[in-house]
Design a protein around this ligand. Structure first.
Ligand code: AMP
Ligand code: GLY
Length: 428
């Protein structure tokens, strides 16, 4: 099979690494990719939103399967374009169409979906731009902390939580009236605050059946002890020790199956990944959010544990022949640590030389590049999250040691990473 993978981050590096091991693979193209994925395929200068160019490329290279890493192309209709374009409609496409991608693209859509299908989640109310006063009045009736969510995609920054009512009132006005997050905050969801341990579960579905992937936990905040600003993710771990078999069963019965059934009842065709952002509360597991893609850096911890041919399972999903089951996984712990540019997630520099990266030689300690670029034969930084390392071992502590040992051999000026990945789970 000839495969085209869209994206350039650590998640896509992990996909490329896994796809390259598939028996079904002929050629892998990654658009745009990064220097790290050149070990696994060819990087191509192809922008997903230039639909004509994408079409020509797919036809010229006899592409059989397209896999989309990030949410943007999906929320903006790339899957719809493939399905509606006769010359492309034979291509297997992994990623939902616009309407399914709304599970991530609109918080209000996903909350209504969950309410309709009785999927446990925080209680909520949505307010439009012309309902600022109603939103303020509502805030006065609910308890702190106040959870405010921009309806649309806001680059991971659209959720704001305030302890103080006055701060929440200022925030809601900024979001709705001043469009703090642009069009994304022209509607805002105000939701009940949930307390508990967060974790994530992933499935690959064809709209009827699903493959269950290993669970993961990510470390969202920039500082150790999970403090400071939210980031795309500073590390991840899989499996998550506190997720017992019975919690898994509860998630399957109360969340995964009603979600997939709900899509079918609502006549939403869905081929692709669903990322369930979950929280274990005193009242049981509840959904914090859906994403219409895999997580980053969760993918870098999850895929190295999957023991199956990833293109075969994707093909089953695209041909809608999935018989629901858990994918075969190894029993190792995968622990991923991200190395970021100093200043991230706020202002940071690019173009800094990276030293110490070598080709991946071992399957138990893998470097996944993300914000990197090649210039004048030198590898330089090209983003906030620059690269990550995943260590694997049957002993979680060894997985952690391997990840940190390799990470510290890779260096660039101003680098930063958290040194407490796994600490909260007793892996230290
Ligand atoms: P989201 O983009 O919806 O995943 O939200 C980002 C982060 O905000 C989550 O990972 C949680 O840590 C936090 N969060 C979102 N919704 C809630 C909620 N209802 N209660 C408590 N924390 C929340
Ligand atoms: N690491 C969180 C996400 O991918 O959304």
């Amino acid at each position: 099979m000839n495969v085209l993978l869209f994206g350039s981050g650590g998640r896509e590096s992990a996909f490329a690494w896994k796809i390259a091991q598939s028996q079904l693979l002929d050629e892998l193209y990654i658009a745009p990719g990064n220097p790290g994925v050149m070990e696994y395929g060819k990087c191509v200068d192809l922008k997903w939103n230039n639909f004509n160019h994408v079409k020509d490329f797919c036809l010229n290279k006899y592409i059989d399967m397209v896999i989309v890493g990030p949410e943007d192309p999906l929320v903006n209709g790339l899957a719809d374009y493939f399905s509606n374009t006769q010359a492309l409609s034979h291509i297997y496409f992994i990623g939902p169409k616009k309407v399914g991608a709304q599970l991530e693209g609109s918080k209000d859509f996903s909350k209504r979906f969950m309410a309709r299908h009785e999927i446990p989640t925080a209680s909520y109310k949505t307010f439009r731009k012309d309902q600022v006063q109603e939103a303020v009045d509502y805030l006065k009736t609910v308890e702190a902390p106040y959870v405010l969510k921009a309806d649309g995609l806001a680059g991971g920054k659209g959720v704001v939580i305030h302890e103080d009512l006055n701060d929440a009132i200022i925030e809601i006005k900024e979001m709705l009236a001043d469009e703090k997050f642009g069009e994304a905050s022209s509607q805002v969801v105000i939701e009940e605050f949930l307390e508990g341990m967060e974790f994530s579960i992933f499935v690959l579905t064809d709209g009827n059946g699903y493959f269950l992937l290993p669970e993961a936990k990510d470390y969202k905040r920039i500082n150790e002890g999970d403090k400071g600003l939210n980031t795309g993710g500073m590390g991840a771990i899989s499996p998550v020790p506190f997720i017992t078999k019975s919690i898994f069963e509860e998630v399957k019965q109360n969340i995964i199956e009603p979600t997939i059934k709900g899509l079918s009842v609502d006549k939403i065709e869905y081929v692709g990944f669903i990322f369930f952002g979950l929280i274990l509360t005193k009242k049981g597991v509840q959904v914090i959010e859906y994403n219409c893609r895999m997580g980053d850096p969760e993918t870098e911890a999850v895929l190295p544990r999957v023991e199956e041919d990833i293109l075969m399972v994707m093909k089953e999903s695209a041909t809608k022949t999935i018989i629901s089951r858990t994918l075969k996984v190894n029993k190792q712990t995968a622990l991923t640590v991200m190395k970021v540019s100093g200043g991230y997630p706020e202002k940071y520099s690019k173009g800094i030389i990276i030293n110490g990266i070598e080709k991946n030689r071992n399957d138990d300690c893998i470097v996944f590049q993300a914000g990197t670029k090649m210039e004048d034969n030198k590898l330089i930084t090209n983003g906030g999250r620059v690269l990550c390392v995943t260590g694997l071992d049957i002993d979680p502590l060894n997985a952690r040691k391997k990840a940190y040992a390799l990470l510290q051999t890779i260096k660039f000026k101003g680098e930063y990473s958290r040194h407490d990945i796994g600490n909260d789970l007793g892996i230290k």
